[in-house]
Design a protein around this ligand. Sequence first.
Ligand code: MG
Length: 401
Amino acid sequence: MNEAAQVSILVVAAGRGTRVGGAQPKQYRPLLGLPLLTRTLMNLAAAAPHAQRRAVIHQDDDESYAAALRALPDGGSGWESPVTGGPTRQQSVRNGLEALAADGLSQHAIVLVHDAARPFPSGELVRRAIESARSHGAAVPGLPLTDTVKQVAPSGRIHGSPDRASLRTVQTPQAFRFDVLLAAHRQAAEAGQYDLTDDAAVVERAGHAVYVFDGEKENVKLTTADDFFRAEARLLSDLADIRCGQGFDVHAFGPGDHVWLGGVQIPHDRGLAGHSDADVLAHAITDAILGALSDGDIGAHFPPSDPKWKGAASSLFLADAIARVKARGGLLAHVDATLICERPKIGPHRDAIRHNLAKIMNIAPARVAVKATTSERLGFTGRGEGIAAMATATLRLPFES
Ligand code: MG
């Protein structure tokens, strides 16, 4: 096993935390368009690309976890198959550690245990965790207290004012030599104690010294709806490059009995002619997104000269444009599109089209507008020779230059 493989990360994601509201455990709730867990896994992978990585999940969450992995830029390929958690956090970590032991992880490896609900671990924080664990065998990130602390009785009466200089609030990732952490968890379980709320407490209980290294204020744990709101505001502030792109497309009518608009098949007495499925609406939106990215146009990415795209579903082109937005670390905030034709009537299909486009682009239907107009029988659309579509797309990207 090489040096890099001597670090293993366990993400504890087995909790049922619903204090934030809703039936879904909080680690699977969306945080600015991606599940919270996806953001946690993405940032850990970026912080420690060579570490062995594994999550501990609840037995009922296989599908949610699979969806969280699919939302990762690499589809989750760097994450080993998840371990099933137990009834308490402590038992979930123990299950994860036993899985690492069964895999033959070196006793001298460093194991980082991180909470799924902390989506912002930085590379620096993870490096400090690994170094501290190598030096001390057991180390946790901590922050000094800025407020004065009181000990208070249930009656509300203050009983003491501890010296805050010696106090820390602790975070994750908590980092340990594997043999130290595994032995401590086994000892606690043998003693029938299952209610320790962090791994430092498990290791302290075993009599091993645990050290504190500098945590990070930004490494917050999301618990309440307000925490989610603030985290989203912070993520949005990182996407300060707001861009609007426009797209326009025309396809002529030809023989056929349906047209494709926004990926929806609409019966009509004519079809649209084109190399692909001639989905004029999907093409205009794709070009609007590419325009906002300043990344060529649909013809450059999917040349009509390439037989590969003959008859292709245009949802592929749109999904590719979205993948380009994701690869740039951005998000699609809004799409507004207008179809120009005398027939077919768009109104009856408008909502189906909006919902289908939203699904292809993986955004809320409330962020997709589809409008239709005629050209008052003027021009080629007015004469019923084809359909035109125009679209704008608003993107938010990280500000680069
Ligand atoms: Mg076209």
